[in-house]
Design a protein around this ligand. Structure first.
Ligand code: ZN
Length: 372
C-alpha cells in the first residue's frame, strides 16, 4: 500500500455535458452520402475512465476532490472579455461555434468553470500538503484555446488560467508544464513563449496539425527573449510509440527539469497519441503512458516534494480509459489487476532510425541552453 496521497478531481457535470449533437466534425458541408456522426469530444471520454477506475478498485484508494465553479474573472487572466462574453451568450442559449473545430454546448461555460474550480481546489490541496499529487478527470479539453477563440475541441485554456492563479496565490517563480498530447499548443505559446516563469516541454506527432491549422512547430521554436530555451518542442515522426516517447522524456524532458528545478509540475494529460485514437497517428500504449507518468512523477519528487497536477486533455476512443488508469497507477503508486489489453500484441520495442534522428536533433538545438 502506497503512502502517497493522490487526489481525483471529478464532477458528474463532466459526464453529462454535451458539446454538440449530431455535428459533423470532419466532413464537408455538402455531404449527401452518410448520416451525421457524433462530435468526437463526448461524455464517454470521462465516463468510461471513471467507471474503469471504480471497477479496478483504484478509485477507492484516491482522495476525492470536489469542484465548485471558478469565478468568471479567473478566465479573464488569459482570455479577452469579448471572447468570454461570446461564450457566455452561446452557453446560455443553444451553444455554437467557439472557434475552428470547436463547439461549446448549452451550459458549457458552467461546466468549464466547474472544471477550473476543481483544478484550483486540487492545486490548493497540493500546496497545503493535503495531497501529494492529483489527476483532474475533466472535459472539455482546453490547451489549444487561444486568447480570443477556441480551437480543436478546446474552449477555454484551463492550464493558463490555473498557472496564473498558482503564480498569483503562491508566488511561484518556476512552473513546468509537461505535455504528452499529440499536438503542439499555440494557446500555451501565446502565454509563455517570452517567459522563463513557465517551462513548456512537449512531445507531439510531426505534422499532426498541418491539415487543420496554419503550421506545426519545429524543434527550433525554443522561445524568445527571457524565454529562450524554455519552450522545449519534441516533434516525433508519425508512428512513434512507447520507445520513442520514453527516450525523449528520459533524455530531454527529465534532465532539463532537473536543471530548471520547478516548484510545481502541471501536466497536459492528453491521450491523442494512443494507438487506437481515431485522429492521431502515434502508437502509445497504456503501459507507455504509465511509464511517462512515472518519469514525470520522478521529476516532481526530485524537485518539488512531488507537487504535480495533471488535467485530462485530448484523446478519443475507449482505450483511453486504460491509459488514464495506468497514469493514475503511476501517480498513486498503487497497482491494479487490470491488464493492458494490447500487451503481447505490440512487439516493436526498438526505435526506428528517423525517431532516433528526431530526438538527437532536439538535443542539438537545445545544447546551448541545457546539459543533455
Ligand atoms: Zn490536441
Amino acid at each position: 500500500m502506497s503512502t502517497r496521497k493522490t487526489g481525483l478531481m471529478y464532477d458528474s457535470a463532466f459526464a453529462s455535458y454535451k458539446a454538440a449533437d449530431g455535428y459533423l466534425t470532419f466532413t464537408k458541408d455538402d455531404n449527401p452520402w452518410i448520416e451525421e456522426s457524433d462530435y468526437y469530444e463526448t461524455s464517454e471520454r470521462v465516463q468510461q475512465a471513471y467507471n474503469l477506475l471504480e471497477k479496478s478498485g483504484l478509485l477507492q484508494k484516491l482522495v476525492p476532490v470536489g469542484a465548485t465553479p471558478a469565478p468568471v474573472e479567473e478566465l479573464l487572466s488569459f482570455h479577452t472579455p469579448e471572447y468570454i462574453e461570446k461564450l457566455s451568450k452561446l452557453s446560455s442559449s443553444e451553444g455554437g461555434e467557439a472557434g475552428p473545430l470547436c463547439r461549446i454546448g448549452k451550459g458549457g461555460l458552467d461546466v468549464i468553470r466547474t472544471a477550473i474550480g476543481g483544478d484550483m481546489a486540487a492545486l490548493d490541496a497540493i500546496m497545503k500538503g493535503e495531497l501529494d499529487n492529483a489527476f483532474c478527470l475533466q472535459r472539455p479539453p482546453s490547451a489549444h484555446a487561444e486568447r480570443n477563440h477556441g480551437f480543436g475541441f478546446c474552449v477555454v485554456n484551463d492550464y493558463n488560467v490555473l498557472i496564473n492563479y498558482a503564480r498569483r496565490k503562491y508566488n511561484l517563480q518556476r512552473i513546468m508544464l509537461i505535455d504528452f498530447d499529440n499536438h503542439y499548443k499555440f494557446g500555451i505559446e501565446q502565454a509563455w513563449y517570452g517567459s522563463n516563469a513557465v517551462l513548456y516541454a512537449e512531445a507531439h506527432q510531426t505534422g499532426a496539425m498541418t491539415e487543420n491549422s496554419p503550421a506545426d512547430r519545429n524543434a527550433d521554436f525554443i522561445g524568445e527573449g527571457e524565454g529562450k530555451g524554455y519552450n522545449v518542442v519534441i516533434p516525433l515522426p508519425t508512428g512513434s510509440g512507447d520507445a520513442a516517447y520514453i527516450k525523449a522524456f528520459e533524455e530531454i524532458v527529465s534532465p532539463i527539469a532537473d536543471q530548471y528545478k520547478p516548484e510545481l509540475v502541471v501536466v497536459i494529460a492528453g491521450f491523442a497519441a494512443n494507438i487506437f485514437d481515431p485522429l492521431g497517428g502515434q502508437q502509445l500504449t497504456a503501459r507507455g503512458y504509465g511509464r511517462l507518468a512515472e518519469i514525470i512523477r520522478g521529476i516532481a519528487e526530485r524537485n518539488c516534494n512531488g507537487r504535480l497536477i495533471a488535467m485530462l486533455e485530448g484523446g478519443k476512443g475507449n482505450y483511453m480509459a486504460f491509459c488514464i488508469l495506468k497514469v493514475l497507477e503511476a501517480l498513486s503508486g498503487e497497482k491494479t489487476d487490470v491488464p493492458d489489453l494490447v500487451d503481447g500484441l505490440i512487439t516493436r520495442r526498438e526505435l526506428s532510425c528517423d525517431q532516433e534522428k528526431a530526438i538527437q536533433k532536439v538535443k542539438d538545438i537545445l545544447a546551448p541552453y541545457w546539459k543533455l
